[in-house]
Design a binder for this molecule. Structure first.
Ligand code: PMP
Length: 408
């Protein structure tokens, strides 16, 4: 990590210069949304001032330029995930929409009474609720892989839950609430031994580690642009080619058809366009490509290694605080520090620490079942990104100590 120049890369992020309540911003809510480098911000003014046009309908210069830039991101995402083919990359609004796409297209056509979908106790609501909605309609059963006291998945229980009834395992790669990194490659192999597919929610993994969907052998993999230094409004679904080709369309509209007729019905475009109905978030997709380029310029593995340094430093620094309990102490963790403090409400800590310029997250982190399992309604969560510094961690810990002194 010696060559990691955090001060240099901070200069790419104009927002890091701002103050909050008269204090320099210390932004530690990266698991919710990471900040955006100037290079990505510039995509928007460049796009809207030079080549704003609808894509794929071509036939003029601006449309061709917009289409080329849009499709260039598809190729960049293919490389980012090490997908076999760019046609396996489908643009969505985010991880949530990617999972809903799988549920409504693959799930609705494949799942029925007697089938089982395994999710885990660590899931974000976006990988729980789409399955509950569909289960209510299709009558299949959802089973939950439990976690141990450290917030790691109970792999023995997972093995025992798998059976011929299992049609899908849907798990996150990294937990947003605790930071646990799940052994998704091993989980995929076990799922496949039982003839089940695996969907991996990569919203919290893609910001921190090099992901290789072929090595994992994921059937579906989803992530969001706004957590990888890109804009909101765009995300990705990767799927195995044969699966995507066999799946029925989900949303109908322009872009996703081959021919439309009132008499003989409609035929659909091939992948990926079959799943991209309507005008997409064109500038956002192009900006996502620029964000991934930015990440690769720094080095995805280098970012992860730096965040591990920050996490270790933060974990050591807060473990001296009396009455503070860290949730999520699994051996493999990404840059998330979730904790509760005896005698202090998480929400009060969050509000008061904001007064000191420090942005952390408080609440249930869209993982209510997990928090209930640990017997809490809310935690405080500090989460790290490429541009955070050891000084910022120290500022956060000092602010936390001050706030705890105030509320106790
Ligand atoms: N899964 C995980 C693990 C997440 O952390 C998030 C975002 N907090 C999501 C899914 C949902 O992502 P989005 O809101 O961008 O669709």
């Amino acid at each position: 990590v010696a060559a990691y120049d955090v001060e240099a890369l901070r200069r790419d992020f104009p927002i890091l210069n701002r103050e909050v309540h008269g204090k320099p911003l210390v932004y530690l809510d990266n698991a919710a949304t990471s900040q955006t480098p100037q290079q990505v911000i510039e995509v928007f003014s460049d796009y809207y001032s030079r080549y704003n046009a609808n894509i794929h309908r071509g036939l003029h210069t601006l449309a061709d330029e917009a289409t080329a830039a849009f499709e260039a991101t598809r190729h960049r995402v293919k490389a980012f995930l090490n997908a076999e083919d760019a046609r396996q990359i489908i643009f969505t609004r985010g991880t949530t929409e990617a999972i809903n796409l799988v549920a409504q297209s693959w799930g609705r056509s494949q799942l029925s009474a007697g089938d089982e979908v395994l999710i885990s106790m660590l899931e974000h609501h976006s990988n729980i609720v789409p399955w509950q909605l569909l289960a209510a309609e299709r009558g299949f059963t959802i089973k939950v892989i439990p976690v141990d006291a450290h917030g790691a998945l109970d792999m023995q229980a997972y093995r025992e839950l798998l059976s011929e009834r299992t049609k899908l395992v849907a798990v996150n790669h990294v937990s947003n609430a605790l930071g646990t990194i799940n052994p998704v490659k091993e989980m995929a192999a076990l799922a496949h031994q039982h003839g089940a597919l695996i969907l991996v929610d990569g919203a919290q993994a893609t910001p921190h580690q090099q992901v290789d969907v072929q090595s994992i052998d994921a059937d579906f993999y989803a992530f969001s642009g706004h957590k990888v230094y890109g804009p909101t409004g765009v995300g990705v679904l990767y799927g195995k080619q044969a699966l995507l080709e066999a799946m029925p369309p989900w949303q109908g509209g322009g872009e996703m058809i081959k021919t439309v007729s009132f008499d003989v019905g409609t035929t659909f475009a091939g992948i990926p366009h079959k799943f991209e109905a309507g005008t997409p978030a064109i500038a956002e997709v192009i900006a996502l490509g620029r964000a991934l380029e930015w990440m690769e310029g720094v080095g995805v593995e280098a970012i992860g290694a730096w965040e591990a340094v920050l996490l270790k430093h933060a974990t050591q620094a807060v473990s001296g605080i009396e009455g503070l309990r860290i949730l999520g102490t699994a051996p493999h963790k990404a840059g998330v520090l979730s904790f509760v403090v005896e005698g202090a409400h998480s929400q009060d800590i969050g509000l008061l620490i904001d007064q000191l310029g420090v942005a952390i997250r408080t609440g249930h982190h869209c993982a209510q079942p997990l928090l209930h399992h640990f017997g809490v309604e809310a935690t405080c969560r500090a989460s790290f990104a490429a541009y955070n510094t050891l000084d910022e961690v120290d500022t956060f810990v000092a602010a936390l100590n001050r706030v705890i002194g105030m509320v106790r």
